[in-house]
Design a protein around this ligand. Structure first.
Ligand code: GLV
Length: 321
């Protein structure tokens, strides 16, 4: 008999068709948003769950899932799942690591360039028919050569950003829970700093940490106040690492120069004050959104789930957070 599986939102078609062939599949919704109450109702008889970072898999969901054996998260971050509780109930949890490192690092560079060179403002200016000819002072931004990039969270994605940043002539400093080995630091040409020192020294601060109790609101108003007035903050990790209200205030008052965000504290809601500011570039959580990567993520998430349901140890079992 095929295992009963709940898929919270559509996957890319190739992967969804394969999952439908191999399991008794229910697609919870084809909308962007799945109410938590519906998820709780639909999980009741399922052995497998394939979900996304926008689904909160908390005690209420797990309490309604007596048959659940495996949760496959189609994301690298697993902060949306109560991992401890799932484990204590013998439920296997998997994620999709490694494959989204490079596209997320690419998007980080896109945000660094978009903010420092004011790309979105300039595009809007052209579309409004306001380009009247070359001018020496039109959309002056900031160059990257010789500036300092401060990477917060120097795991795979942070390191992929460091490799790219070298090519732009950026000096690299980083803060991480665990300091990298001397060999790795040398390969990345990255120097370790304490968080406050990094914030004070960097021209661009880029966040690549995972969200956990230690990194929740790591960047408060007080921390933003340590940054240079000319500094730029980039966040492609998780919104809750930054106090979004404090960030909006810092951007509004010119305490920092600009920000580039792909993630939000209360996603998909965006702090309303940010929406009216010109010195912030806002993206709808598209760090890994290339066709190739999203297909790989979809297939990986399906394979992880099928392996777990077949009683095998899945390739991408989440061990420790
Ligand atoms: C994206 O944010 C992910 O965690 O996969």
């Amino acid at each position: 008999m095929k295992p009963k599986v709940l898929l919270t939102h559509p996957l890319l078609k190739e992967a969804m068709d394969y999952l439908a062939e191999q399991t008794e599949l229910e697609l919870a919704t084809s909308q962007d948003f799945l109410p938590h109450s519906e998820l709780v109702q639909k999980i009741v008889d399922k052995e497998g769950l394939l979900c996304f970072l926008s689904d909160t898999i908390d005690q209420e969901v797990l309490d309604h899932a007596p048959a659940l054996r495996a949760i496959s998260n189609c994301a690298v971050g697993i902060n949306n799942i109560d991992l401890k509780l799932a484990r204590s109930r013998g439920i296997i949890v998997t994620n999709t690591p490694n494959i989204l490192t490079e596209p997320t690092a690419d998007l980080t560079m896109a945000l660094i360039l978009a903010t420092t060179r004011r790309i979105v403002e300039a595009d809007e200016f052209c579309r409004q028919g306001r380009f009247q000819g070359w001018r020496i002072d039109l959309f002056l931004g900031q160059g990257l050569q010789g500036k300092t990039l401060g990477i917060i969270g120097c795991g795979q994605i942070g390191q992929a950003v460091a490799r790219r940043a070298q090519a732009f002539g950026l000096k690299i400093i980083y803060y991480n829970r665990h300091r990298l080995s001397p060999d790795r630091e040398a390969a990345l040409k990255a120097d370790y700093r304490q968080l406050d020192t990094l914030l004070a020294e960097a021209d661009i601060v880029s966040i690549h940490a995972s969200l956990n109790p230690d990194s929740d609101h790591l960047i408060t108003g007080d921390k933003l106040a340590l940054m240079k007035r000319s500094a730029v903050l980039i966040n492609v990790a998780r919104g809750a690492i930054v106090d979004e209200k404090a960030l909006a205030k810092a951007l509004k008052t010119g305490q920092i120069w600009a920000a580039g965000l792909d993630v939000y504290e209360h996603e998909p809601q965006i702090e309303p004050d940010l929406l009216s500011l010109k010195n912030v570039v806002l993206l709808p959580h598209i760090g890994s959104a290339t066709y190739e990567t999203r297909l790989q993520m979809s297939l990986m998430a399906v394979n992880n789930l099928l392996e777990a349901l077949a009683g095998k140890t899945p390739a991408n079992l989440v061990k420790d957070s």
